[in-house]
Design a protein around this ligand. Structure first.
Ligand code: DAH
Length: 436
């Protein structure tokens, strides 16, 4: 539940002086070799800054890197990009893609801002205009992306996405080349053990763009669908196997994104469950106009690498990707998907904290970031276990349960108590709550 959105970050303690263990607001923060001034938007935390240089997608043998190279190999004639800085402007992340001014993704409670003019990209789509402007017509881009979020086995404030795009000219020769590629992909898929539940390419609720010839829009959508069906087959049938009797099942669903029309989502049935894999669609012409390629049109997709890697490698907890423990890292060979063997599951211990919110309220994401800043990856999971409004005073109370567990060792009680004590004192000092 997202109610009141007031963010008091570690870099923005209240002005009133109080005895505090919280570092004072630095006037500048160093990030990837640059120094950025802070302001009332600053909400990036030291834990997040420490992730910016990890580049898991470029670490040879790491599952995220192997998955990237498998996808890159599937699109051999596309440009493969993976070194763009995570520091972008809100214009790149939102406006260049025609996000509305009031889109919730822009809020400080959902995204990490260095200051009001620079932020950490929340998706790889942030680079679409830059890459199209640079002249690439077919490309894949892999990068770390950042979102303020809850904490559990499948949510982490940093994860990796891969963006792919293909644009083509609308002259007969260029469209003809796309049509020939459609035929090639159709032949290839006809010989594969894949079963596709399709949706209509274009409908009243998922329309072609007014500036597009509907025939071209249809061709772009068909090429998009075939290209991605072929990728899904490569990834999932490669690991799970697929036979005539048990084909790989892929399902297409009508979707909405601010920067594509028509838009779709893709789901794959794998080990008994439908899994959401990616979002995609025909690129909004305004994006291509901004990129000085108004004479072209085409499609784009964005997929989350952790989600796919967790499934293909049977990795049960998203924190494991960040492990530097050799029992994790040494299990994997570059270029090969293998099944993760858990080395052990150490016991969890949980601690609860309930508090009255300050008058201006706080956002759950402020609590999640605070816990991560204190406990790092020792915080396995943080959940709201109770919300309550006092009938007379109308004050709001929230109770959180923090589950502490290490991936590599047993935590002793004293250590967990010390972490929880720090969480409690920071809740009081930074977020001004009153512990119940
Ligand atoms: N950027 C979207 C996200 O992070 C995913 C996405 C959807 C990318 C549609 C695309 C696209 O390129 O066409 O949720």
């Amino acid at each position: 539940m997202r109610v009141l959105r007031v963010s008091l970050s570690r870099y923005n303690p209240p002005l009133r002086r109080h005895r505090s263990t919280v570092a004072a607001t630095p006037s500048e923060i160093p990030i990837l070799g640059h120094s950025y001034p802070t302001d009332s938007y600053t909400n990036i935390t030291p834990t997040i800054v420490s992730k910016l240089s990890r580049r898991l997608h470029a670490q040879d043998g790491h599952p995220i890197s192997t998955l990237r190279s498998l996808i890159e190999n599937h699109f051999p004639d596309y440009a493969h990009l993976s070194s763009l800085s995570p520091v972008v402007t809100p214009y790149q992340n939102f406006d260049s893609l025609s996000f509305p001014a009031d889109h919730p993704g822009r809020s400080k409670t959902d995204s990490y801002y260095i200051n009001k003019d620079v932020m950490l990209r929340t998706h790889t789509s942030a680079h679409e205009v830059d890459v199209f402007t640079s002249g690439e017509a077919r490309w894949l881009l892999t990068a770390d992306v950042y979102r303020r979020d809850e904490i559990d086995a499948s949510h982490y404030p940093v994860f990796h996405q891969m963006e792919g795009a293909n644009i083509f000219g609308t002259d007969d020769a260029s469209v003809g080349a796309v049509e020939r590629d459609i035929q090639r992909l159709e032949r290839q898929l006809a010989e594969s053990n894949i079963e596709i539940q399709d949706v209509q390419h274009i409908t009243a609720t998922n329309p072609a763009q007014p500036s597009h010839d509907p025939r071209h829009s249809e061709i772009a959508a068909r090429h998009l669908k075939l290209s991605l069906n072929s990728l899904m087959y490569e990834l999932f049938a490669g690991v799970g196997g697929a036979t005539k009797e048990n084909p790989l099942q892929v399902r297409w669903i009508e979707a909405y994104f601010p920067f594509t029309s028509p838009s779709y989502e893709v789901e794959v049935f794998f080990r008994g469950k439908w899994l959401e894999i990616l979002g995609c669609g025909v690129v909004l012409q305004s994006t291509l106009d901004r990129s000085n390629v108004a004479n072209k049109m085409g499609w784009a997709f964005g997929l989350g690498l952790e989600r796919i890697a967790m499934i293909l490698y049977s990795i049960p907890d998203i924190r494991l990707f960040w492990s530097e423990d050799m029992r994790f890292l040494s299990q994997f060979t570059s270029g090969k998907i293998s099944t993760f063997k858990p080395y052990s599951k150490y016991p969890a211990s949980y601690r609860d904290v309930s508090f009255w919110q300050p008058d201006n309220g706080i956002h759950d994401n402020d609590v999640y970031d605070l816990v991560r800043d204190v406990a790092g990856d020792l915080a396995e999971d943080v959940a709201v276990i109770d919300r309550f409004t006092h009938p007379k005073t109308k004050r709001h109370s929230t109770a959180f349960r923090v589950n502490y567990r290490s991936m590599d060792r047993s935590l002793v009680n004293e250590e967990v108590n010390a972490l929880q004590d720090q969480v409690v004192s920071r809740l009081k000092e930074q977020l001004r709550v009153e512990i119940r």
